[in-house]
Design a binder for this molecule. Structure first.
Ligand SMILES: NC(=O)c1ccc[n+]([C@@H]2O[C@H](COP(=O)([O-])OP(=O)(O)OC[C@H]3O[C@@H](n4cnc5c(N)ncnc54)[C@H](O)[C@@H]3O)[C@@H](O)[C@H]2O)c1
Ligand SMILES: O=C(O)C(=O)C[C@]1(C(=O)O)C=C[C@@H](O)C=C1
Length: 359
């Protein structure tokens, strides 16, 4: 009979994610056992406090987490499904549907496998770069299938919550489209920017500041790991890249058209703001303040400068146009308790603004 209290977790793959999970679960009171094809990785992880090294003969886990590179996940899941007939199995692979299809071929009876993916990591690999706080306040996606038992899904969701993550549940195919948009294409944009630097003369590189470092951090990631991620999600990634290619062609055409260019830059700002408050924290309680935007060059930029100088944090905004008057309306969402201060502040700076949306 399945144990109801999850205490023993076996982690296969004691790299960045596996060791971070070991650290976080150990801290949360779980008994963690580690195994890695590179024995030194499991030893180092254990030395850091991520669990103890598996001796294989006595392993009797309630849960097995496969935290290896994606290509070897299906084979390992099939192996542990057979080896531990009472355990719930999950993995942390970055693409879900292809892993599920491969497991389907290798182990048709796989109802104890519940796929998952923590949206937390870094450009580094191996146990020495692990952190017990990696999953805190981050999203952990669980991708159950209809044949999974609710109790097994609950075990994986609890494990994610016990390491401080916020659980989001969605079908594997939807997950793969979403990560193409928020993880895989952004990764490639970083790679494009970083690889372009190879053509920049050494003398010019010494001018590099923080901006380029922010944009290229994830380009330092392991190419072999990302080759596996991207090839297995190629069709969703291709779809997004074609859209980006259209945007790039459009942008090149707008470079000498100041108004169009500013509009395009504003879309970037809006895109960046759409991520605010979406890192797993509780949603922020917001209120809208609407500002009339005169149809004149740089009006929008001036307003954002005023808001920035006044020290307000904009959570979101939307621009609409008046069909009759030559005006725009910018609805700005800010934290409820500062909305009235924001309205008063920008009115003082000469803007026509009111609380609430444009009616
Ligand atoms: N790095 C990230 O940002 C990140 C974030 C979320 C999920 N993931 C996913 O997590 C998984 C692990 O990534 P990572 O960043 O921890 O990589 P990593 O290289 O740091 O760790 C992978 C570990 O797996 C071990 N390994 C390889 N083949 C094995 C096998 N057959 N059996 C047992 N161990 C084996 C390696 O020796 C290594 O210790 C990947 O599937 C990746 O898609 C990565
Ligand atoms: O923060 C980073 O370094 C990451 O790239 C982490 C990141 C991401 O894109 O958010 C990368 C791949 C994983 O599948 C999940 C998380």
């Amino acid at each position: 009979m399945r144990r109801t209290l999850t205490e023993n977790v076996l982690i296969l793959g004691a790299g960045l994610v596996g060791s971070s999970l070991g650290l976080a679960l150990t801290r949360a009171g779980y008994d963690v056992v580690l195994w890695d094809i590179a024995a030194s990785h499991a030893l180092v992880a254990a030395g850091l406090g991520a669990g103890r090294v598996s001796d294989e003969s006595t392993d009797n886990p309630d849960v097995v987490v496969v935290a290896t590179p994606p290509d070897v996940i299906p084979g390992l899941v099939a192996e542990v499904l057979e080896k531990f007939p009472d355990a719930v199995i999950t993995d942390v692979g970055s693409v879900k549907a292809p892993i599920l299809r491969a497991i389907d071929r290798l182990a048709p009876e796989h109802r104890r496998y519940v796929g998952s993916h923590p949206m937390a990591g870094s450009q580094f690999t191996g146990p020495l770069t692990a952190s017990g706080d990696l999953f805190r306040d981050r999203t952990w996606v669980v991708t159950p299938e209809p044949e999974n038992a609710p109790a097994d899904i609950a075990v994986i969701e609890k494990l994610a919550r016990d390491v401080g993550a916020r659980v989001v549940t969605m079908p594997a195919a939807e997950h793969d489209v979403a990560v193409a948009q928020v993880s895989h294409v952004p990764h490639l944009m970083s790679i494009l920017t970083a690889s372009h630097l190879r053509q920049v003369p050494q003398d010019n590189l010494q001018l590099a500041g923080q901006g380029i470092r922010d944009v290229t951090r994830i380009a330092g990631s392991d190419p072999s790991m990302w080759r596996q991620i991207l090839t297995s999600n190629a069709s969703a990634v291709r779809h997004e890249l074609l859209e980006v290619a259209q945007d790039l062609a459009f942008l090149i055409d707008q470079l000498e058209r100041p108004e169009q260019l500013e509009k395009f830059l504003g879309m970037g700002q809006a895109g960046a703001l759409s991520l605010v408050g979406k890192h797993g924290q509780d949603p922020i309680d917001v209120l809208e303040v609407t500002v009339e935007i005169p149809d004149e060059p740089r009006a929008l930029a001036r307003l954002f400068t005023d808001i920035g100088e006044a020290g307000f944090n904009v959570e979101d905004f939307e621009l609409t146009h008046d069909q009759i008057r030559q005006l725009g309306y910018l609805s700005i969402s800010v934290e409820r308790e500062v909305a009235e201060q924001l309205r008063a502040n920008i009115v003082e700076r000469g803007w026509h603004a009111w609380s609430g949306s444009r009616k």
